[in-house]
Ligand binder design. Structure first.
Ligand code: ADP
Length: 232
């Protein structure tokens, strides 16, 4: 579903490219951990797939479409098919749990009837039934990230892209969240998670794509984190 062909991305005023000549294919239904030290290019790769950034060279296709060729309408459609999850949750503080998740559908113009049906279902899936009226500040970090995941899955995305989703959580919460991602993946949604949580990566035995200095240095099915964590 995603194919990167010799993709490079250089930021202005940066001597070295953030992503360097990287080729990678991810198929529908896969669960992929993206690992590597800080600065390896993991976030940039995620931003390239979301088309928040564009490559300096090379080509990225998503479901057979060249991302560099999307017109404005197609770009919105592309982004609707992706559920983003962030390290810092990025919830709206003035909105309740229910409203935060509903908002993801409101902004893409979904009908009220659908919102009333889908929001409770998404909250149930992440184990937050009963917390609908709470505000983010009243929730634990783990619960806030569950809201972030509910907001991502409520759109029925083809893929979840998560950038350090457990970075602010203790190990127990992190493990539970990884298991939640696994459950979501089992129902058919492709999942890509950039993470430093090497102990969880080792435990989950999923595909591991390791990056260093913008390059892909390892790609293993049922992989482990490897030694990269020693340099983080
Ligand atoms: P990771 O997610 O693996 O920590 P990043 O993709 O965030 O790596 O960063 C890769 C490299 O690109 C780093 O050297 C970083 O400083 C640089 N970089 C990332 N974002 C920007 C930006 N918006 N402007 C300039 N340089 C950036």
């Amino acid at each position: 579903m995603i194919e990167l062909k010799r993709v490079s991305k250089s930021y202005q005023n940066c001597a070295l490219p953030a992503v360097a000549n990287l080729s990678l294919q991810v198929n529908r239904g896969e669960f992929v951990f993206l690992v590597g030290p800080s600065g390896a290019g993991k976030s940039t790769l995620i931003k390239l797939v979301f088309r928040e950034q564009t490559p300096s060279s090379g080509q990225i296709t998503f479901e057979g479409r060249d991302l560099s060729k999307l017109k404005q309408k197609e770009l919105l459609r592309h982004r609707r098919r992706i559920g983003m999850v962030f390290q810092d949750y990025r919830l709206l503080k003035q909105k309740t749990v229910y409203e935060n998740v509903a908002f993801a559908l409101e902004v893409i113009g979904r009908p009220v009837k659908e919102i009333r049906r889908k929001v409770p279902a998404a909250l149930a899936e992440v184990g937050l039934t009963g917390k609908e009226k709470a505000f983010p500040a009243e929730l634990s970090g783990g619960e806030q990230q569950r809201v972030g995941i509910a907001r991502a899955i409520v759109k029925d995305p083809l893929i979840i892209l998560a950038d350090e989703p457990t970075g602010n959580l203790d190990r127990n919460n992190a493990l539970q969240l990884m298991e939640l991602f696994e459950t979501i993946n089992r129902s058919g949604t492709t999942v890509i998670i950039a993470t430093h949580a090497w102990d969880l990566v080792d435990r989950m035995k999923k595909r591991v794509v390791a990056m260093e200095n913008g390059s892909l240095i390892r790609d293993e099915q049922r992989g482990s984190y490897g030694n990269e964590h020693l340099s983080t």
